[in-house]
Design a protein around this ligand. Structure first.
Ligand SMILES: Cc1cc2nc3c(=O)[nH]c(=O)nc-3n(C[C@H](O)[C@H](O)[C@H](O)COP(=O)(O)OP(=O)(O)OC[C@H]3O[C@@H](n4cnc5c(N)ncnc54)[C@H](O)[C@@H]3O)c2cc1C
Length: 255
């Protein structure tokens, strides 16, 4: 059971950051969808409801997503989904249910860096960056691969690129986590892929544009997979190729 000893709503991000550094067990809390399943004690739970945005802002060249934006808003935001060819919707629509997605946040999803994360997989392929209170702006890819840092995620930034793209995943049953997920963006002569649920963290791979079957075989040879309780290594490797062909077909429909 999760045991919270003290609940604090700091007045500034600096105060929140100092509280976070004070004790390694202190935690930022977002929707608490993941945290509440943990069996541990949190000396100070830091609530950023009044300090971190829950809105999606649009400028000429990018979308700026507040860390407290819910997965449901990410799924249904009209302009964001129009630019992203519904990749945002497709990446989260199978996560548990609408009530869950009304509480889970994009920030909590990104910060947790789960290997199975559909959100991270979707964002990685589109050159997203993140903004940390102390660490500043950095590519999401760098953040995902970096060691855990005690900072506050304030925003996720998606550049506006009118490019064909798609997201696909394989779940063993509805609402289960993805056995494998794959996102792709077509940039002129090059595909940018992100593959997650391998089951390790998602990785990015670029490949030249060629016939779909050739690209799918190449991707299979480049994505390291492992086995776990959900699927064997061999099954995941086969899925990389199959999902790649599916994603490229879907991408052409958006082109
Ligand atoms: C049953 C279940 C099924 C799920 N299935 C899927 C799935 O199929 N696909 C998928 O992609 N995801 C899935 N998830 C993950 C889910 O979508 C959320 O990403 C996750 O639960 C985080 O929820 P939250 O936003 O409430 O964050 P919390 O649980 O509140 O926090 C999660 C972590 O992020 C940290 N954190 C949160 N916000 C910030 C911030 N602004 N700055 C710094 N650190 C922060 C917290 O300290 C904590 O360590 C599932 C989760 C559950 C519980």
């Amino acid at each position: 059971m999760l045991n919270i000893q003290q609940f604090v709503q700091p007045k500034s991000l600096q105060e929140a950051y100092e509280l976070l550094q004070k004790n390694r067990n202190n935690q930022i809390i977002a929707g608490m969808l993941w945290l509440k399943m943990e069996d541990r004690s949190i000396p100070t739970a830091i609530d950023l409801q009044h300090l971190v945005s829950d809105q999606i802002e649009e400028s000429d060249d990018r979308f700026i997503i507040g860390a407290n934006v819910t997965l449901r808003m990410f799924e249904t935001h009209p302009a964001l989904n129009q630019w992203m060819h519904h990749v945002c919707r497709d990446s989260v629509k199978d996560i548990v249910g609408v009530q869950f997605r009304n509480l889970a946040t994009v920030g909590g999803s990104v910060y947790a860096r789960f290997g199975f994360s559909d959100v991270i997989c979707a964002l990685l392929a589109c050159d997203a960056t993140i903004i940390l209170y102390k660490g500043g702006e950095m590519p999401l890819e760098e953040f995902v691969q970096s060691p855990y840092q005690r900072d506050i995620l304030t925003h996720i930034v998606i550049p506006k690129q009118s490019l064909p793209r798609s997201f696909v995943c394989m779940r063993k049953s509805a609402t289960d986590i993805s056995t494998l997920n794959l996102s792709v963006v077509k940039k002129k002569e090059q595909y940018q892929f992100a593959v997650g649920g391998r089951p390790q963290k998602a990785i990015c791979i670029q490949l030249p544009v060629e016939e779909d079957t050739i690209v799918a075989k190449k991707l299979r040879s480049l994505v390291p997979c492992e086995g776990n309780m959900r699927a064997s290594k061999e099954y995941r490797e086969a899925l990389v190729e199959a999902l790649c062909r599916k994603a490229l077909k879907k991408l052409e429909e958006t082109a």
